[in-house]
Design a protein around this ligand. Structure first.
Ligand code: GAF
Length: 392
């Protein structure tokens, strides 16, 4: 779809011309899962599947938001609130608006002058709950639209932090910073190696030669807020408390595996040991994956990606039969170097690194196994690695 089509959609809903069209990407994560809130490393990138937003200013103080996506599921409805209203929307069918509203509330709280309302038409291509960060995509969309339209003097990393704050304090998911960072700081053809503790980062070209990344969606929605995500965050904090009987650490990301092994005995709980072991080992795998990328050793990268899935399945227990079916059957396919779930887990999506010449066969074979075993279709997407949010 092009810019004119989005403007036409806006006009259909708001009965006047829209002003500007913006795009904000989704994200995948090559490796480094459930490490961000543990102060570890991640290696995500922004993808060309994302969210479009059409902005139109208003003279009053009303914000009116319409989503083409939620309109399909619920009655088509423009949701409104006042720019000075700071309470999260509580009606069940209006909660999705909180990703936008939170950004507005926190930007105003920071002292930025947003003194009139606006209409916003949203058209997203990331299925909600697909594990490809539809929520960070819309938070960063909103942040960048407001920055542009109200000339706000704020840099992207500050917007990223407000995106995470929106997620944590306005929506109620105790997530780390990976998703907002990957979306907001996205760079064409590059993945971002980010230390979530210090926020130091570097871009690394995602050069895969004869290989490509195939995105595989389980088509099973995961709702992170309602899932066990917050429980995992809490389990890791609990493990840190027990390790602190002898160690002085704030986060599991500060430990290497040897140190962790030496002090595992302090964690007198099998489940907490496994959760912590995942956080520590995944952080190490992520560092090793960067070495492998820098050496161009894609086979090693693939092995680390497979090991990541195994750890997420057995130690962290965030996969589930749909994601396991995709990843584990991907491993058996010709030309597949590695596959793993991405994002929070409990359904959503997985990625696989697949030889370009084998990609069609790969999708056909994994798709058939998935349908036979799970009873409905998986979806397969190819995506480009793209820049962060921008005006079209
Ligand atoms: C979700 C969260 F939003 C991220 O912060 C991250 O923890 C991820 O799950 C797991 O790596 O996408």
């Amino acid at each position: 779809m092009d810019k004119q089509q989005f403007l036409a959609e806006y006009q259909d809903v708001f009965k006047e011309p829209g002003k500007d069209v913006f795009f904000s990407p989704g994200r995948i994560n090559v490796i480094g899962e459930h490490t961000d809130y543990n102060g570890g490393h991640v290696f995500p990138c922004a993808i060309s599947i994302g969210t479009y937003g059409v902005y139109g200013p208003r003279e009053d103080t009303t914000v009116a938001i319409y989503s083409a996506n939620s309109a399909k599921e619920e009655d088509s409805k423009v949701i409104t609130f006042d720019i000075n209203d700071t309470e999260p929307q509580s009606a069940k069918d209006e909660k999705w608006v909180n990703y936008f509203k939170g950004m507005l509330v926190y930007l105003k709280q920071r002292g930025f002058k947003i003194d009139h309302g606006f209409n916003l038409y949203i058209h997203g291509f990331l299925p909600y709950g697909s594990g490809l960060s539809s929520s960070a995509s819309i938070e960063m969309l909103m942040g960048n639209i407001l920055k542009d339209e109200f000339n706000l003097d704020i840099d992207e990393i500050e917007l990223v932090k407000l995106g995470q704050k929106t997620e944590n304090d306005f929506v109620g998911l105790n997530s780390g910073i990976m998703d907002q960072f990957a979306v907001g700081m996205g760079k064409e053809n590059n993945a971002i190696y980010l230390d979530c503790n210090t926020l130091e980062y570097k871009y690394l070209p995602l050069e895969l030669g004869d290989y490509e990344i195939v995105i595989m969606s389980t088509n099973k929605n995961h709702s992170l807020a309602g899932s066990k995500y917050n429980e995992r965050v809490q389990e890791c904090e609990e493990a840190v408390k027990r390790l602190n009987k002898k160690l002085d650490i704030n986060k599991l990301g500060e430990l290497d595996s040897d140190t962790f092994d030496q002090y595992t005995y302090l964690i007198d709980d099998d489940t907490l040991i496994r959760r912590a072991r995942h956080a520590v080992s995944e952080n190490e795998r992520t560092k090793k994956a960067i070495d492998a990328m820098e050496k161009g050793d894609l086979e090693e990268l693939g092995r680390l990606i497979n090991a990541s899935h195994v750890s997420l399945k057995y130690d962290y227990e965030v996969t589930g039969k749909e994601l396991d079916t995709l990843a584990e059957n991907a491993w058996d396919q010709p030309g597949c170097l590695g596959a793993r779930m991405v994002g929070g887990g409990f359904a959503g999506s997985a990625i696989a690194i697949v030889k370009k010449s084998e990609a069609d066969n790969f999708k056909k074979n994994v798709g058939k196994i998935y349908r036979d075993k799970i009873g409905y279709d998986a979806s397969f997407y190819d995506a480009e690695v793209v820049d962060g949010p921008h005006k079209l």
